[in-house]
Ligand binder design. Structure first.
Ligand code: PLP
Length: 375
């Protein structure tokens, strides 16, 4: 029997050419010798699992960054060969980090201790073929990372085990997108260089240094060091307006009108009768709801979709699997497309509308939403 393919109503379309264009835009901002770690954590900011990692691999990024061991293993299963750094490896599963050739970010003496335990069982590493680690330094974000008081013990411990080699040290900037915190950011960079000097004095081999995220690349370009960690910028979002205009849109969320109804004045629409027809109106039902990731806070006029190029406000509450929009003055028919977000109706605006950031919007769309990759 021929395999039938399900045609999804609601799709998150990812423009792969634009993603590569964004990568190249950031490349143009850094020195040719500066390496790029592309952040593909949370399934490439919600846009795909291995597809984007593979595209980035083909386009010559140097490193991939994921949040946890599971994400790293998933990429290895799909045949991704690039080095992969795990920002918060599970300390009980260092055996899997080792087995899958992932680079753990080591952020505490306890984590180092657990890694060494796992490496002692796995005897294949030695001074000629060391296991590579990255050291995470806390310079003010106060999330994960070594404080200065533990550095001496850290260095002593690493020196004791010649099967370990520090590939890089890094830190994370807390506020690269807000000018009011620029002095703090500069202080973080200074502090990082201070930390780095301990390692440079104690180890003979070269250790890569990195601290910049996307907005850091744009705003603190001098601190690119050996590598930068590029995330949201790849996916088409920057806090700087001029840069935002240089980036190309990567994601579009669209669906199709399931049904159109004429609603007489005085009727109500949806749960708890929150939508009210104050005159005779025409509505369209769209099969996307909060279970897909469309925030319920966008209901009751807080967001508009685009239908045939015109704004159709959400009317009433967002349901789990559906939502109604007002298409009174829009020429449309069933099965026409409705754009939930797109270049004309961007996630930056959607984020502002509900008091969050584009990162949260992107990563909120559930696996139920079909990802479609356009080349
Ligand atoms: C997510 C992340 C980045 C990328 O940040 P963007 O703002 O998306 O560029 C960089 N470094 C670390 C440690 C991260 O967790």
């Amino acid at each position: 029997m021929m395999q039938k393919e399900l045609v999804f109503d609601t799709t998150l379309e990812i423009n792969m050419n634009n993603l590569v264009a964004n990568l190249n835009y950031f490349r143009s901002l850094i020195q040719p010798k500066t390496k790029i770690m592309a952040m593909v954590k949370a399934f490439s900011y919600g846009l795909g699992t291995y597809e984007i990692a593979r595209l980035l691999e083909q386009n010559g990024v140097d490193y991939l960054g994921v949040a946890n061991t599971y994400e790293g293993i998933e990429l290895r299963k799909e045949g991704i060969q690039l080095p992969i750094m795990v920002m918060k490896p599970e300390v009980e599963s260092f055996d899997l980090v080792i087995e899958n050739n992932l680079t753990p970010a080591i952020f505490s003496l306890y984590a180092l201790h657990k890694l060494i335990e796992a490496l002692k069982i796995n005897a294949s590493f030695n001074i000629y073929h060391p296991f590579l680690i990255s050291i995470k330094i806390d310079t003010g974000m106060h999330r994960l990372g070594f404080d200065e008081k533990d550095i001496a013990e850290l260095i002593n411990n690493i020196k004791k085990y010649p099967f370990l080699k520090i590939e890089s040290i890094f830190s994370h900037l807390a506020a690269t997108d807000e000018a009011e915190h620029d002095n703090f950011t500069i202080q973080q960079i200074k502090s990082f260089n201070h930390f780095a000097s301990f390692f440079e004095n104690e180890f003979e081999y070269h250790i890569d240094k990195h601290i910049l995220n996307s907005n850091g690349i744009i705003r603190f370009n001098d601190a690119q060091m050996d590598m930068v960690r590029l995330g949201i910028g790849l996916y088409g979002v920057a806090s700087d307006l001029a840069v935002q205009q240089q980036l190309l849109p990567v994601s579009t969320l669209k669906s199709k009108i399931a049904q159109i109804k004429e609603i007489p004045s005085g009727e109500t629409i949806g749960y708890n009768r929150k939508g009210v027809a104050s005159k005779n109106i025409k509505i369209a039902t769209i099969p996307v709801g909060y279970a897909d990731g469309l925030s319920r806070r966008l209901g009751n006029g807080n967001w508009s979709m685009l239908v045939n190029g015109q704004k159709a406000p959400i009317i009433g509450n967002v349901c789990m699997d559906m939502v109604m929009i007002d298409v009174t003055n829009i020429e449309c028919k069933e099965n026409d497309e409705a754009f939930i977000f797109s270049d004309e109706n961007p996630i930056t605006k959607m984020a502002k509308q509900i008091g969050t950031i584009p990162y949260e919007i992107l990563t909120s769309y559930s696996p139920r939403v079909r990802r479609v990759f356009k080349h």
